[in-house]
Every structure is written in structure tokens, then in C-alpha cells.
Design a protein around this ligand. Structure first.
Ligand SMILES: Nc1ncnc2c1ncn2[C@@H]1O[C@H](COP(=O)(O)OP(=O)(O)O)[C@@H](O)[C@H]1O
Ligand SMILES: Cc1ncsc1CCOP(=O)(O)O
Ligand SMILES: [Mg+2]
Length: 275
């Protein structure tokens, strides 16, 4: 029988996965947007992973098969980069998709739907992104706000479940409470502080962290996504104790991620099964 996933189980799991990242230093290829390159690489390095920001199509056949995980983010999508994204997603490595501003254009929506067909292990977006991707609908919605969400995460929960079932991916919706689902089970992760929304590319950075957790242990993408989101949020909470605003929170969050210890993780993460 499956072990019961109590809050104490999740706390141990979060520490075990962070420890696995630190021990194994998974190599994570990131094809991510130009805004997020620095924060994603620094978040991965602080957590113990090994990021590599490679997007040249000619390098993918040699490099991607050697990676533990791949992270693909369409935030600054271009026609030049899309073939690299498709090739890296097809390299038979576990991979994670961040559909930034998926409703921005028909081109971006089509690109994300094509990538989704290449079977990501996890898709992580904000509520507006998950709602748009689940319904394949672009920016005709009057509430569209580019890379930012105009919905709460709870509003996208049913869409996330439907998307998980139709795609086969674990789907994570971030927000004040993050929801993570495989289409059947739903888990919530309630760490984080509102100021994280005032730092650009925090969403991109946490999706990169999910890829590192999947790379360290590909056996349970739901657990990897939930634990990465909770740990990133916990680092935000600790960082906020010393921060004066978004710029110093960015620095203190990365420091906190680097310094997390067992006691802090097991007593601080707030992950629960949603009945
Ligand atoms: N109101 C909030 N309170 C606490 N944490 C938040 C809040 N909004 C976002 N976060 C956290 O910030 C990170 C980025 O999430 P989000 O802002 O939803 O993504 P994106 O930047 O892609 O829009 C996640 O770790 C999420 O949990
Ligand atoms: C501002 C911006 N423009 C294109 S990508 C990007 C960063 C988006 O980051 P996030 O999805 O984490 O808010
Ligand atoms: Mg985003």
C-alpha cells in the first residue's frame, strides 16, 4: 500500500529532494527567456544544481542527452529559438515547460501546444497562463496582462486538472497558494511572500528549480514540483526577514536558498494534499 502522504511526509520529502539536488548536482539545460537567464542560473546554482544556458540548435544533439533535465521557457520566444526548444524537448530527457504569457499571440500559443505534445514532465505557470493553455485561447481575453497573472491560482485549479489529464504532465499553478496536480491528486504549497511578484522572473526561476528537482529524482514529478515550489517560497519568506524591497529580496532569497538546513526545511515547508 502507498505510504500516506501526511504533512510530515511532505516535509521529509522536501528535505530529501533538496539534499539529492545538493549531492547529485543535476545538470539542467535551460532554454529560457532573456530576462530570466541570470536569476534562473543563480537560483539553480544556490540550490546545488548545475545550470547550463545553451540554446544553439547545432549543440543540442551533443549536449542535451548528457543533461539530467531540460527547462524550456517561452518568455522571449523567437522563430530562431523554437527549433532548439523542440529538439531539446525531444532528446529523451525529463523536461519542464514554463508557458510564459502563452496567450500573447497565436504563434506563442501554437508553439506551446506543440511543445506540450512532446510530453513535458511538468508544466508550471501562473493562473492566467494555465487557464489560457488549458483552453488554447489567446489574448482576446480582456483581462490579459502579459507575463503577469490576472487570476488567483484557485481559479485555475480545474483547468490545471484538465490540462494534466489531457497532456499527461504534472501541472503546477503558482500564486499565493501553489497547486500541483497530476489530474487526480491535488497538492497545495503555501509558502512564499507577495513581494516575490515584484521581482521579475521569479516564476521562471522556480520553474528552473522544478527542473532541477525532477533531474535529481525523475521518479515522482508531482513531488518534485510541490517540493521545489515550497522550498523556493520558504527561501522567499526567510529572505523577506532581511529585505527592504524587491532588489534586496532577490539577493536574500538566493542566499536563503543556499543556506537552507534540515530543521528549517522540515519545519518551514507547508505542503498538503487537497482533499
Ligand atoms: N501572493 C503571493 N504570496 C506568496 N507567494 C507568492 C505570491 N504570488 C506569487 N508567489 C510565489 O512567487 C513565485 C512566482 O509565482 P508567480 O508570481 O505566480 O509566477 P509568474 O512570475 O510566472 O507570474 C512562486 O514561487 C509563487 O509561489
Ligand atoms: C518581463 C518578461 N518579458 C518576457 S519574459 C519576462 C519575464 C517573466 O518572468 P515571470 O514569468 O517569472 O514573471
Ligand atoms: Mg511566469
Amino acid at each position: 500500500m502507498d505510504e500516506e502522504r501526511t504533512e510530515a511526509w511532505w516535509a521529509r520529502r522536501a528535505w530529501a529532494l533538496l539534499s539529492a539536488v545538493r549531492e547529485r548536482a543535476p545538470l539542467v539545460q535551460c532554454i529560457t527567456n532573456l530576462v530570466s537567464l541570470d536569476i534562473a542560473a543563480n537560483a539553480l546554482t544556490a540550490a546545488g544544481a548545475s545550470p547550463a544556458m545553451l540554446h544553439c540548435l547545432r549543440e543540442i544533439p551533443d549536449f542535451t542527452p548528457r543533461c539530467d533535465a531540460v527547462y524550456i521557457n517561452v518568455g522571449t520566444l523567437s522563430e530562431d529559438w523554437l527549433p532548439s526548444m523542440r529538439a531539446a524537448a525531444s532528446a529523451d530527457r525529463p523536461w519542464v515547460l514554463d508557458p510564459v504569457a502563452v496567450a500573447a499571440s497565436g504563434f506563442r500559443m501554437e508553439a506551446c501546444l506543440q511543445l506540450l505534445a512532446l510530453r513535458p514532465a511538468v508544466v508550471r505557470g501562473n493562473a492566467s497562463e494555465i487557464l489560457a493553455l488549458a483552453s488554447s485561447s489567446d489574448s482576446s481575453s480582456s483581462s490579459f496582462k502579459g507575463v503577469d497573472s490576472s487570476h488567483d491560482s484557485g481559479e485555475a485549479l480545474q483547468a490545471a486538472k484538465a490540462l494534466a489529464r489531457s497532456s499527461g504532465a504534472v501541472v503546477a499553478v503558482s500564486g499565493a497558494v501553489d497547486f500541483i496536480t497530476d489530474g487526480e491528486q491535488v497538492v497545495s504549497a503555501s509558502n512564499g511572500v507577495p513581494m516575490m511578484q515584484k521581482i521579475t522572473a521569479t516564476g521562471c526561476a522556480v520553474t528552473a528549480l522544478i527542473a532541477a528537482f525532477v533531474g535529481a529524482d525523475p521518479s515522482d514529478a508531482l513531488a518534485a514540483a510541490a517540493c521545489a515550489l515550497a522550498i523556493f517560497g520558504l527561501a522567499g519568506e526567510i529572505g523577506m526577514e532581511s529585505a527592504k524591497g524587491p532588489a534586496s529580496l532577490r539577493m536574500h532569497l538566493i542566499d536563503a536558498l543556499y543556506g537552507l538546513d534540515e530543521q528549517t526545511v522540515t519545519s518551514g515547508v507547508k505542503i498538503a494534499l487537497v482533499p
